[in-house]
Design a protein around this ligand. Structure first.
Ligand SMILES: Nc1ncnc2c1ncn2[C@@H]1O[C@H](COP(=O)(O)OP(=O)(O)OP(=O)(O)O)[C@@H](O)[C@H]1O
Ligand SMILES: [Mg+2]
Length: 675
């Protein structure tokens, strides 16, 4: 018996460790880069920072009712009658297991009694067969290996999959619904960990509570009633005291040691994020020759984690020993009393066997009680952070009366737009300008002057704090974001690609596009021949964030995407900055074709690319300092003229001399748009 116990203890330790290890599990991390337009999933940042456990202070049982209320909608598969029937069947099987648990000890008593009474073979054989059948249905008693529990576990998989799907899909959709500001501020590893842990916590909570805690308690109550009825009140009392002490002490010690587990999780987070960070920055690590430093730093973090792990394991050992002691004492008292009754002929030998069998059967699931209690506790914590995510408010919301944008000709108006990302630092103040239908307007100005911000505002990634932005006379604040964005195409300043092949990356511009259309877009973006020169052609994998492509190739893929989308309003944010003059020249021609008769907003540092624009806006300190056509601005001799002159005089600058007009009045540079 002792051997059996120690085996179970070892198993329990293993389970505890497994849960701990689960918090070290590898997850996929969603990463967002500086690019504000294309967020993407990368599948490489497999190591992520685990857990929100440390964030939560106070007991996980706080707000228990509220949490259960949140959970209920996921517990009952509302949409499917079949699944509902399955839930009821599983609960029925659970009841059947309880009945079997009562009859197994009774039959083992009967066998012993019949053997001692030298019963007829026929009777004995029937009793043995029934006993074996019951054992077959019950299994080893641990609750998972019997026929009934196996069947129940399997059937429950359908319910579990339903819950997991509903939770994950809802969360994922919600995350995609959240605004850019939230995505830029989030800690990706934590978010994914929340989804991951939250989803499994909902499942775990259901199965731990319904299939472990409730049956264990039901078994205890049934046992007490049974002993009081068929043995004597003393046995009921022994079982009751023993169980009461066991459960109380388990809960007290488990609550106490939770702090060690939290600390361990925090250290684990730190160790993991150090590992992730240094692996992500492998290039920098190599540039600065600091592999040794990184390894030492990682080892330090692991040492700290292990110190906490030791405390956690020591407290687990204490819990196990205390539980063992209580169980041992209960068993001793009950067995002695039972043996005494046998010696005074009050009981038969079979009754002793019944008591022993029953009590062991009761202790086995109890042995897991602390573990389940703790798992339920942490499942509540995990669930909380997931529900926090679910209740995260969207910043940029559609107006309740918002309708679709009625696009007619594509006039864009900025009227006294004021905007700041954070209070106190104004990025745009009183910016007003109009882009007439089909016109090309260029935004120029020093780095950080708010050019990309204007593009983001037009795409409604943020809401303005003052003034308004109109498209064809409709305030973009009052139309549905989806319809607004369907008319606008953006080639962002930094292009980030999905870790997929080139074809699919281009197709992202219009998911329904055929391969032929994808290739036509690639031709227009002057990348078709380049792609064909790769051994795998369009099937070439671009690697994580598109890192296997050069900057210029990535940029052309992004241009092809936008060409494929064929939007009505085009926003080009430094769309050709990473290209050499010849390629840029080629693309400008096709961009000009795409942009012809489309309202276009271009951001450019290389002024030679925008000299043909219908209007050039010079941004300075969040205001439009100058505006007009190229020649007019040059004639004004202000900021623009100074910038132009500087670019003319800097032969080593990005602006290559071969594409520069020798004379500023000549306008043979590359044009963004031709009308
Ligand atoms: N998400 C953000 N939160 C807070 N501040 C931001 C955010 N994005 C940009 N900024 C700040 O707003 C200012 C304008 O940024 P913006 O990206 O519009 O500049 P830009 O004119 O496009 O510059 P560049 O030519 O370097 O691309 C910068 O000072 C930048 O630091
Ligand atoms: Mg910018």
């Amino acid at each position: 018996m002792a051997n059996k116990y120690s085996k179970r203890q070892t198993k329990r330790n293993a389970l505890e460790n497994a849960t701990e290890q689960a918090s070290l599990a590898l997850t996929v991390e969603v990463r967002i880069t500086g690019n504000h337009f294309s967020s993407h999933l990368t599948l490489s940042d497999f190591l992520s920072t685990p857990g929100q456990v440390e964030v939560i202070s106070g007991s996980a049982w706080q707000g228990f009712r509220r949490k259960v209320c949140l959970l209920v909608p996921y517990m009952w598969p509302r949409g499917s009658v079949g699944l509902q029937a399955l839930v009821i069947l599983c609960v029925g099987l659970l009841g059947l297991e309880r009945v079997i648990n009562v009859f197994v000890p009774i039959y083992s008593r009967n066998i012993v009694n019949q053997l001692s009474a030298m019963e007829r073979w026929r009777t004995l054989a029937i009793t043995v067969c029934v006993y074996v059948l019951l054992k077959f249905l019950q299994g080893g008693g641990v609750g998972t290996s019997g026929f009934v529990s196996n069947l129940r576990s399997f059937l429950w998989t359908y319910v579990q999959q339903y819950t997991s799907r509903v939770v994950q899909v809802r969360l994922f959709a919600h995350l995609h619904d959240l605004s850019l500001r939230w995505h830029l501020g989030r800690r990706t590893g934590d978010v994914l960990r929340s989804i991951d842990r939250g989803t499994s916590s909902v499942n775990n909570l259901l199965s731990y509570v319904v299939f472990s805690i409730v049956p264990t308690i039901a078994d205890i109550i049934i046992a007490i009633i049974y002993f009081v009825t068929y043995f004597s009140a003393w046995f009921g009392l022994i079982v009751f005291i023993c169980m009461f002490l066991y459960l109380t002490i388990t809960i007290i010690i488990t609550e106490w040691r939770t702090k060690y587990r939290r600390e361990m999780n925090t250290q684990d987070n730190i160790a993991k994020s150090k590992a992730v960070d240094s692996l992500l920055n492998f290039e920098t690590v190599k540039y600065y020759n600091s592999e040794g430093f990184e390894v030492r730093r990682f080892e330090d973090a692991i040492l700290k984690y292990q110190a906490c792990e030791l405390k956690t394991n020591a407290s687990l050992a204490l819990l196990n020993q205390t539980q063992n002691l209580i169980i041992g004492l209960g068993l001793l008292a009950g067995s002695l009393l039972c043996a005494y009754y046998v010696t005074v002929d009050k009981f038969q030998v079979g009754d002793y066997v019944l008591f022993g069998t029953y009590i062991i059967q009761l202790y086995t699931p109890l042995n897991w009680f602390g573990t389940y209690y703790r798992m339920i506790q942490s499942a509540f914590v995990d669930m909380e952070s997931m529900f926090d995510l679910l209740t995260e408010e969207k910043e940029v919301k559609d107006d309740v009366n918002a309708g679709d944008l009625l696009f007619t000709e594509g006039r864009v108006d900025f009227q006294n737009v004021c905007f700041s990302y954070t209070a106190g630092k104004e990025i745009l103040s009183e910016v007003s300008f109009t882009v007439m239908p089909g016109q090309t307007v260029a935004l120029v100005g020093p780095s950080g002057s708010g050019k990309s911000t204007i593009i983001r505002l037009l795409f409604r990634f943020y809401d303005v704090q003052g003034g308004c932005i109109l498209i064809d006379g409709q305030d973009i604040y009052k139309v549905k974001q989806n319809s607004l964005r369907s008319y606008i195409g953006v080639v962002p300043q930094d292009t980030v690609l999905f870790n997929d092949n080139i074809r699919e990356n281009i197709r992202y511009g219009r998911i329904s596009a055929s391969d032929q259309e994808v290739e036509e877009a690639a031709v227009a973006a002057d990348i078709h021949h380049k792609i064909l020169s790769f051994p795998d052609g369009y099937d070439t994998e671009v690697g994580e964030r598109g890192l296997k492509l050069s900057g210029g190739e990535k940029q052309r893929v992004a241009i092809a995407r936008t060409i494929l989308k064929s939007p009505r309003i085009i926003l080009l944010d430094e769309a050709t900055s990473a290209l050499d003059s010849q390629t840029e020249c080629n693309i400008q021609a096709s961009l000009a074709k795409v942009c012809a008769n489309h309202t276009t907003l271009v951001v450019a540092h290389r002024l030679s690319t925008i000299i043909k624009a219908d209007q050039i806006l010079v941004l300075h300190d969040g205001r439009i300092a100058e505006q007009g056509r190229h020649e007019e601005l040059l004639a004004m001799g202000g900021l623009y003229a100074a910038m132009w002159l500087k670019q003319q005089q800097t032969p080593e600058s990005e602006v290559s001399t071969d594409e520069q007009p020798q004379d500023s009045s000549q306008t043979q540079g590359h044009q963004t748009s031709q009308k």
